[in-house]
Design a protein around this ligand. Structure first.
Ligand SMILES: NC(=O)c1ccc[n+]([C@@H]2O[C@H](COP(=O)([O-])OP(=O)(O)OC[C@H]3O[C@@H](n4cnc5c(N)ncnc54)[C@H](OP(=O)(O)O)[C@@H]3O)[C@@H](O)[C@H]2O)c1
Length: 305
């Protein structure tokens, strides 16, 4: 039985695709900015039912949103067929931001609003489906942030709100100042990073029925190519399962994430069209419970207690 292609991110939240596509690596190579290539990536995702695209102001040295937006300008009907997620708050030392002397976070009202308005211009859209605060900051003032977010929502520039890399306590602190729910926490989550399963992050998602988004679901590719204790052990188990299920290794990793009851949304990072095409197969791969724990134990290096 296949999982549905779409999921409601939270009660009162947006409907998004069960798998999302991330734009972080869009401009890994200079020639990648070509609008036709970006269009082909977008179209391949849409053909697979992947309609949710994950951005951040900073991706590609502040240039990925604009490259994606150029593709949308070339084919304006596409915007209606997708959900756009973007983020703000990280300030990089980068030629595009000469005023930044040191990498830092800025969640001032003024910066949040300016960053979102810039994302809208770059992405060639009037609204973001979901805005995420990219990383928690020790200086984040929930009252000030809430004021900025309320303004963006009331102006129709942002529809839904979420966070990324927040602890449960940080998410609760911000949520306590908002009059609409936070609809996701986007965290690093894959078989080599089990902490969110154990530190309350996913429990909080279950409690509030919000879908976490899993960034770097293949550990940035390390899971499939890297060497080392846990990497090698997990890959050995995945290779056995690949034979058993007649599936690709990456499909098995996505299926492993999809098996969790919090309805994790993996955010894909591949630049290869053929890999995007095969990913949807993960939705019909239901891992046996003992196979799921075999991956877990290979990662942790021991059976569960
Ligand atoms: N919120 C945050 O703080 C945060 C941080 C990081 C990332 N993100 C989001 O998460 C998204 C995904 O992250 P990611 O790109 O690290 O995801 P990922 O899927 O874990 O890693 C993608 C990398 O793995 C390689 N890869 C994919 N399939 C492979 C396969 N079958 N065999 C070998 N290598 C393979 C890809 O190379 P090919 O292109 O050659 O396939 C690419 O280099 C980002 O685009 C971004 O939207 C969010």
């Amino acid at each position: 039985m296949s999982l549905p292609l779409r999921v409601k991110m939270a009660p009162g939240g947006p409907e998004v695709s069960r798998l999302a596509y991330g734009a972080w690596r869009l401009l890994n190579d200079e020639q990648d900015a070509d609008a036709q290539r970006v269009l082909a990536l977008i179209q391949t995702c849409l053909d697979q039912g992947i309609t949710t695209f994950d951005h951040a102001d900073i991706y590609g040295g502040y240039r990925c949103e604009a490259a994606f937006g150029a593709a949308l300008r070339a084919s304006p009907g596409l915007r209606q067929r997708m959900e756009l997620v973007s983020k703000c708050g990280i300030m990089l030392v980068d030629p595009a931001r000469p005023q930044n002397r040191i990498k830092h976070y800025d969640y001032s009202r003024q910066h949040i609003i300016a960053s979102v308005e810039n994302s809208l211009r770059n992405l060639a859209t009037d609204y973001l489906d979901v805005l995420l605060l990219h990383r928690p900051s020790p200086l984040l003032d929930p009252d000030e942030v809430a004021e900025a977010l309320r303004q963006l929502v009331s102006q129709g520039k942002v529809r839904y709100l979420g966070v990324s890399n927040f602890t449960p306590a940080q998410l609760d602190a911000l949520a306590s100042r908002l009059d609409q729910p936070l609809v996701t926490n986007q965290v690093e989550l894959h078989p080599l990073r089990l902490e969110p399963f154990l530190d309350g992050t996913l429990d909080q998602c279950l409690q509030h029925r919000i879908s976490p988004m899993a960034w770097s679901p293949l550990a940035g590719g390390r899971l499939l190519k890297g060497e080392g204790g846990a990497e090698s052990r997990v890959r050995a188990v995945l290779s056995e399962l690949a034979r058993k299920y007649g599936a690709e290794l990456d499909q098995l990793v996505y299926a492993w994430l999809l098996r969790h009851p919090s309805r994790i949304i993996p955010v894909l990072g591949t630049q290869r069209l053929e890999r995007i095409t095969s990913v949807a197969g993960a939705l019909s791969l239901e891992l046996d419970i003992q196979d799921w724990f075999a991956v877990w134990s290979a990662s942790s290096g021991a059976p569960v207690p």
